[in-house]
Design a protein around this ligand. Sequence first.
Ligand SMILES: [Zn+2]
Length: 364
Amino acid sequence: MKKTIFSFVLFISSLILAGTPKFPKNIIIMIGDGMGVSQVSVSVLTNPNSSFKRFPVTGFSITCSADKLKTDSAAGGTALACGESTNNGSLGVDKSGKPIQSILDLAKQKKLSTGIVVTSEIINATPAAFLGHTTNRHESELLAQQFTESETDIVIGGGKKYFVPDSLGGKRTDNQNLLAKLVRSGYEIISSYEELVKSNAQKYYALLEPSDLKAANQRSYSLSELTQKALAGLSKNENGFVMMIEGSQIDHGGHENLPDVLISEMNDFEKAVKTALEFAEADKNTLVLVTADHETGGAAITGGKLDGGNMKIDFASKSHTAAMVGVFAFGPSCEMFSGVNENYKIGRKLLMLLNAQHFSNSGE
Ligand SMILES: [Zn+2]
């Protein structure tokens, strides 16, 4: 503990000595699941105005987990969410299985607003790394329960079935109705995009499908629109907010070796990145950090036209690979994320920035 406090003080001192002007009030973490450098290249080569070109600071992340060269999304998400390298399959726990604090847990402790916006089931590995604590990523009922205990303000995604007992058409075997419990705690439960648009609730779960959201090319609404809605709510807290947004199904394009899925999911994610950047550019007090948990599919662009038409994508694998992924940062203290980072060090820097923001504010 003493060592942690010492390294934190050292970290703050080094930032002050380096003349860093300020720490971010808000942090937006954006994760493209399975989004390697080739996946980002698809966005950049097919779209001359791709948001990925707008980041002043870029780097790489080494994605290995504590026990495997090829990480899964559980360990990859935990590294980013909690700043710790853990074993594949583990969520929000260290490699000995001990629960650890995520950046969303810390943000709540500091009275910031928190949010999660994903296109998968919300208890899927990446979002669950931010709110769950278990060595087994497949404990869906437990993870749903841990979500409801987290006091997260805004949650948007799929996976409604894990919150409803099987007697009411859900998948819970313990007969608990977590949606009713959420309502009793002051949350609004939203079941469709149309309801979400109309809602003025400050705290809500928008569970738009029983399982994953539809694929980007089959949905009538975009990840960007979901992001916009969440930002409007979370930015009302004058203490600031931390949110995680995931393009969850880029990973599916890689696993299934489907170029069309990869391209449409990247388009959907890129538009959400644009929305976050526009918010941060106007706000001037928001750090946007975009990266991936790992690469999926060993994707390579092997042909196509110079203008990005007829893009040909080949795959070397149907699973995750150990290739490094890109890191893109914009906003206060973004320069900390340049270079080659181990994935958990990115998470650790995010936690330190949130601590530093609180530290500098309380010192004023
Ligand atoms: Zn995957």
